[in-house]
Unconditional design. Structure first.
Length: 53
């Protein structure tokens, strides 16, 4: 699977679009029904939100 964007390329205009990122999870914050992941690559950091259900 090839990435379509780097973490540093994502912009507000990419909201609700499907993108493929490659990197590593730097930090996870589990809030019960929702988790926040900081995905890092060499170009930046992107916050990923994962919801239960």
């Amino acid at each position: 699977m090839l990435r379509t964007h780097t973490c540093g390329e994502l912009r507000l205009s990419d909201v609700d679009k499907t993108v493929t990122l490659c990197g590593w999870v730097q930090r996870v914050r589990d809030k019960g029904h929702m988790a926040f992941l900081d995905l890092r690559d060499r170009y930046g950091v992107t916050q990923v939100i994962s919801e239960e259900g």
